[in-house]
Design a protein around this ligand. Structure first.
Ligand SMILES: *[C@@H]1O[C@H](CO)[C@@H](O)[C@H](O)[C@H]1NC(C)=O
Ligand SMILES: *[C@@H]1O[C@H](CO)[C@@H](O)[C@H](O)[C@H]1NC(C)=O
Ligand SMILES: *[C@@H]1O[C@H](CO)[C@@H](O)[C@H](O)[C@H]1NC(C)=O
Length: 573
């Protein structure tokens, strides 16, 4: 911090010696820039500590990485115009093999439009089943107090926080107040629960399991939670805590004060062990109770009708996410006679924060190195300091061990190896790609039909969402979840994780997700000078279909990402 902003502090420091009278004028004159500087420093600090607390525990464990980062932030991109900087490319040989391979391809032959394993269709959604035991009713009558939650993060972290809170309220026999969303300097979105999800539907869907109210009763509203010890922050509860921890630490406060406030709540309830009823409830919350408000559903359905050039629903995912906005006007015009246009939704996690933090190299030579180092010095001073103290891991080693985010080029080569033709439409979700057009070019060269919501919706249609990054992220959620194929480059990202879980739950084996393993891909790519295209294709295909094997959710794994477990889904034979 001090390093990055040294010049400023010098300026302020040297001023101290000036005339007192002049000083006041100076302060008045520069008031806004002082405020701005302080705010900026605060923001950078926040970002840095966010980054380090996310990456610190274990850089290798990519699942826990960067959940809080800007994957939910949406910044419009434009790739249309050509010219300017030339393409940044790491694999020239592959690129030319890929483009000749794509020329040979017939229309839509890729088998990866479908899931690799038929067994996927055996699993059907059932987290909303009625439990035959009568335990539910007794529970609702005993009320130990009120739980207030202020959820952290962007759209997708908030979703996880909400459903964890539902489970905790049920565990403690408490009444849940509709969660609040904390305003963060990263997302700058004042949206509250009711701006994104249908409140009444949420309450109605869960009414037999948890008491939910819109607000605290009047006598509790004016309490100072900190004063009475009812304020519970991330520091008070471990990450992925067990039910026992809640009963030991939170229940006594709840009983004593009648209310607790979880401030900055997020990923604070573990997956195993957990009573199966609570696990089911959490699934029901995530997959059934959270419906987007009509404003989002309506624009979301406009978006996907334009991608598909087709009205009308395609499957359960559409109905679930878009409600009535996607049904109806099927009979309009001659266009509707044909099949909906197929598309891949691609979530590239290749923003500058991610790229700089990874410490990897991406083929941009000295320019890239200097640029990323400068970014780190400003935004991640803690990381820079740590690097000075410890032994550096080489960029090659980082790549080999699967720690480098995939570039747009690598994503394109994977898609080409899987046999998607160059006519394929690719909906690009997410935010600003590091390096912009010159980075995207290896992708757009192979796949010219790259589209974003800014291409599909007019400025007027987007205007009501413009200042609300979470609501824009909801549009991406919809476009990714309802895509024919969802391609992710980083399974640690919360958007990728929640969307792929949604597709597993509602997709009925018709909603494949492509999940390259960074480590295996790095190994394949290390043969970039020798391997022939056929071998490349077969190794990439094997990697992707391997990740589609249908299996039960593993111990401790997220039900938001992998709902195939008895609490959430049923086996249909
Ligand atoms: C919640 O209520 C159920 C049913 O009345 C009871 O068995 C359970 O012990 C209660 N749990 C807590 C934490 O009060
Ligand atoms: C968005 O925010 C900007 C600046 O804060 C403001 O000028 C503009 O009116 C806002 N737009 C909408 C649609 O709320
Ligand atoms: C490409 O191949 C060369 C030669 O085998 C290798 O040294 C290099 O690391 C490879 N590039 C990547 C990014 O794997």
């Amino acid at each position: 911090m001090v390093q990055g902003y040294h010049p400023n502090s010098m300026k302020l420091g040297s001023f101290k010696g000036g005339y007192v009278g002049k000083r006041h004028t100076w302060i008045r004159k520069h008031f806004s820039s002082i405020v701005f500087t302080v705010a900026l420093i605060g923001f950078l600090f926040l970002l840095d500590s966010l980054m380090s607390c996310i990456f610190e525990p274990s850089v290798v464990q990519s699942n826990s990485m960067h959940k809080k980062l800007s994957s939910d932030m949406i910044v419009p991109l434009k790739f249309g115009e050509r010219g300017g900087k030339s393409a940044v490319q790491m694999y020239d040989r592959f690129a030319s093999m890929a483009s000749s391979a794509l020329v040979e391809l017939k229309q839509d032959e890729s088998k990866f439009w479908k899931e690799s394993y038929r067994q996927a269709s055996v699993w059907i959604p059932c987290a909303d089943r009625k439990e035959s035991t009568s335990s539910g009713t007794g529970k609702l009558q005993s009320n130990t107090g009120y739980i207030l939650v202020s959820a952290n993060g962007g759209l997708n972290q908030q979703r996880v926080a909400v459903c964890n809170a539902v489970a905790v309220a049920s565990l403690l026999n408490a009444t849940l107040v509709i969660p609040r969303f904390l305003f963060s300097n990263v997302w700058k979105d004042p949206s509250q629960f009711g701006d994104i999800y249908q409140e009444d539907y949420f309450m109605k869907t869960l009414k037999d399991e948890v008491n939910i109210v819109k607000d605290l009763p009047p006598h509790l509203r004016s309490l100072d939670f900190k004063e009475i010890d009812s304020l519970i922050t991330d520091a008070d509860i471990s990450k992925e805590a067990t039910p026992t921890e809640y009963i030991e630490k939170v229940l006594p406060l709840l009983s004593k004060n009648g209310v607790v406030h979880f401030l900055g709540y997020g990923n604070r309830l573990g997956f195993d062990p957990l009573p199966s009823e609570l696990q089911r409830l959490r699934c029901k919350c995530n997959y059934h109770a959270l419906k987007f408000v009509p404003k989002i559903q309506e624009t979301g359905s406009l978006l996907i009708r334009r991608i598909r050039k087709y009205d009308g629903p395609r499957n359960k995912l559409d109905k679930q996410l878009l409600g009535n906005f996607i049904t109806g006007s099927r009979l309009k015009g001659p266009v509707m006679d044909r099949e909906p246009l197929k598309y891949i939704a691609l979530h590239l996690r290749f923003e500058v924060d991610m790229v700089a933090y990874s410490l990897c190299e991406f083929g941009g030579g000295q320019v890239e190195k200097t640029e990323l180092q400068a970014y780190r010095e400003v935004h991640f001073p803690l990381l820079v300091q740590r690097l000075k103290r410890s032994k550096a891991v080489s960029a090659e080693e980082l790549r080999r061990s699967g720690r480098c985010p995939l570039t747009p080029e690598e994503a394109a080569l994977v898609l080409a190896a899987l046999g998607f033709t160059s006519e394929t439409y690719i909906y690009l979700a997410g935010s600003q790609i590091y390096g912009g057009k010159s980075r995207m070019q290896p992708l757009t060269n192979l796949y010219p039909h790259v589209i974003t919501k800014e291409d599909l919706l007019s400025p007027t249609e987007l205007a009501p969402f413009k200042n609300f990054s979470s609501q824009l992220a909801a549009l991406d959620f919809i476009a990714c979840a309802t895509a024919n194929v969802f391609a992710i480059t980083d399974s640690g990202s919360q958007l990728s994780s929640l969307v792929s879980g949604f597709r597993t739950y509602y997709g009925g084996a018709h909603a494949p997700t492509l999940r390259p393993s960074k480590k295996r891909l790095a190994e394949i790519m290390s043969k970039n000078q020798t391997i022939n295209w056929n071998d490349f294709e077969s190794r990439v295909s094997k990697m992707i279909s391997g990740a589609q094997i249908v299996r039960l959710r593993g111990w401790g794994r997220s039900i938001y990402r992998q709902p195939r477990c008895p609490e959430c889904m049923c086996m249909f034979r």
